[in-house]
Write a protein that binds this ligand. Structure first.
Ligand code: ADP
Ligand code: MG
Length: 572
């Protein structure tokens, strides 16, 4: 007795199916991604069941290494089958899983559909709809399944044309697992072609951990047709490097993978590979490149990590996974929690994504901190290399990432009067360690170029007193400094602004001399003040100059002259 019965789909499923069958679909190919992902999940579940001792497969031959996902195209019958030897389904499970929608997220999504077919079709395309997407290309779907722990005679055949009802009957099935057969709609013959299958598998399912196979074909010269052979060829890499354990992988493996990610951007400087558990579960494989891409400065340029969900490729350049100032980082995030059909819009709101972003940011900062330890290594100062390529990008973080500002400030490097070159090698910590006992501030000077900074009259007094001044000549410096007011409890002080802070550095005789000079030149100072009253605020005698007769000083808290010049140049 096969006990055939006919049942109705849950109302939500009916709505969904109706839409899928009647809407014109733009990216039909997602059905294959969904069905392969289900097959892969089924293999995962069985492997886990066996390994954990929860499940005893009926066939003793089931070996954890023998899992395959096979695509079989039958040109004569116009069917495409997707067959796995995973966990399978019982009759009750088939009714439950293939007749209702269990996931609340998907149900909510369906409730949102407007009834406007074009719009809804687009939405579904982004969202993906799991098993039911089979009906995008199939007018009838047959599922034959045998639970891995069930006898051969208690398998199930589920069948539907997607129009409201499905039938189930008990059948015999030799193999455990599930075989889905799609009876293709008119015009969907491309799914019978092996190159089309290869192309779509390569695009979405290359890193599925199990071999995805198609039958080999050969040209039969006598019959003048392609004949299918009974030999199977694996068409995916079946090798998601990031899912393997670190101990199995060599530096070369990582370097080769980086090459595939970065399209030949040389070797990486450093990488980090971790499985993160906790609020959100995911694997991260992050690389610091050695070289900046030519478009690093183009804020509209694509950036971000590759996003996978349980090894299924979801999208390139998921910029939500890292803040903009870390856009030089390349790599992969593989989430266990996100839905397969997550769109860029959904990524923005997801709490899982927020956790991933924070986790990846922290990881990159740790990598940089480790890299910075190489600084004292004369032969291989990788941090200097990094800083030259990406230092300016990292500076943006000081302004944009308040939560990590302290860590970022430690990673900054500057040119300084202590050094004989324009090379940015001085950290704030090193500066603070060299400060004079009576010195209260970290002094800096912003300028358009290193040469301009060195020629500044503001430096004279500092040279004379042997006080180090950081020389900041990059465009982002002013902006960054407006967010960074102190380091290690020392405030950062521009030497081109104000004057009060210099007083403490002057000794008594200097102070005396300054007072006397002010007194002696009173009439002259008043005349100057008179003549320049439109342009300046006040004229003061100062000890800050050694060789130059006069310099212009910005008011404390005012925009620096350098910034004023920059804004003027930008037409503001
Ligand atoms: P999801 O995969 O997100 O759970 P789907 O609509 O893709 O949603 O699949 C619904 C359910 O049907 C799955 O959760 C699983 O229980 C069952 N299923 C689908 N395909 C298979 C398969 N090949 N083997 C075993 N069970 C399957
Ligand atoms: Mg699925």
């Amino acid at each position: 007795a096969t006990q055939k019965e006919t049942l109705g789909f849950q109302a939500e499923v009916q709505r969904l199916l109706h839409l899928m069958i009647h809407a014109l679909y733009s990216n039909k190919e997602i059905f294959l991604r969904e069905l392969i992902s289900n097959a892969s999940d089924a293999c995962d579940k069985l492997r886990f069941g066996i390994n954990s001792g929860h499940l005893k497969p009926a066939l003793s031959t089931t070996n954890a290494n023998d899992f395959t996902i096979r695509l079989r195209a039958d040109k004569a019958a116009r069917t495409l089958s997707i067959e796995d030897n995973g966990i399978g389904m019982s009759r009750e499970e088939a009714i439950q899983h293939l007749g209702t929608i269990a996931k609340s997220g998907t149900r909510d999504f369906i409730a949102q559909l407007s009834g406007d077919q074009a719009k809804d079709a687009q939405l579904i395309g982004q969202f993906g709809v799991g098993f039911y997407s089979a009906f995008i290309v199939a007018e009838r779907v047959t599922v034959e399944s045998r639970r891995a722990d069930a006898p051969a005679d208690s398998a199930v055949r589920w069948e539907s044309d997607g129009s409201g009802e499905f039938s189930v009957e008990t059948i015999e099935k030799d193999q455990i697992g599930t075989c889905l057969t799609l009876h293709l709609r008119e015009g969907e013959d491309e799914w019978l072609s092996s190159w089309k299958l290869r192309e779509v598998v390569k695009r979405y399912s290359d890193h599925i951990a199990f071999p995805i196979q198609i039958q080999q074909e050969s040209w039969d010269a006598e019959k003048q047709t392609m004949e299918v052979k009974d030999e199977w060829e694996t068409i995916n890499q079946a090798n998601a490097l990031w899912t393997r354990s670190k101990s199995e992988l060599s530096a070369e493996d990582y370097e080769r993978f980086f090459e595939s990610l970065s399209f030949g951007n040389g070797k990486p400087l450093k990488w980090a590979h971790h499985r993160v558990e906790g609020r959100s579960e995911y694997t991260q494989l992050l690389y610091l490149p050695r070289q900046a891409p030519h478009d690093l400065w183009d804020r509209n340029q694509k950036r971000g990590l590759k996003l996978y969900v349980r090894r299924v490729f979801i999208m390139e350049d998921a910029e939500q996974l890292l803040p903009a100032y870390l856009r030089f980082v390349q790599g992969v995030v593989d989430s266990s929690d996100l839905p397969l059909n997550v769109s860029r819009e959904l990524l923005q709101e997801s709490r899982d994504v927020k956790a991933i972003r924070e986790g990846c940011t922290k990881r990159v900062l740790s990598m940089l901190e480790e890299l910075a330890e190489s600084e004292n290594d004369q032969d291989q100062n990788d941090y200097a290399l990094f800083w030259r390529e990406f230092g300016n990008t990292l500076k943006e973080g000081v302004a944009e990432d308040f939560a990590n500002q302290e860590r970022l400030a430690k990673l900054l490097r500057f040119a300084s009067t202590q050094q004989d070159s324009s090379e940015q090698t001085v950290s704030l910590a090193a500066y603070v360690a060299r400060m004079k006992p009576e010195q209260e501030h970290i002094y800096y000077l912003t300028a358009e170029s290193y040469a301009a900074a060195l020629a500044s009259p503001h430096l004279e007094i500092f040279r004379k007193k042997g006080i180090e001044v950081l020389l900041l000549t990059d465009r982002v410096d002013e902006w960054m400094l407006s967010y960074l007011s102190s380091f290690a409890e020392k405030s950062l002080q521009s030497i081109a602004k104000g004057s009060a802070n210099l007083d403490k550095l002057a000794d008594d005789t200097e102070k005396q001399a300054q007072a006397t000079a002010t007194e002696a030149h009173k009439p002259f100072i008043e005349r100057l003040q008179q003549a320049l009253q439109e342009q300046i605020k006040s004229v003061q005698v100062s000890a800050r100059l050694v060789e130059s007769p006069v310099c212009i000083v910005a008011e404390e808290g005012a925009m620096s002259l350098h910034l004023q010049r920059m804004l003027k140049a930008a037409g503001q």
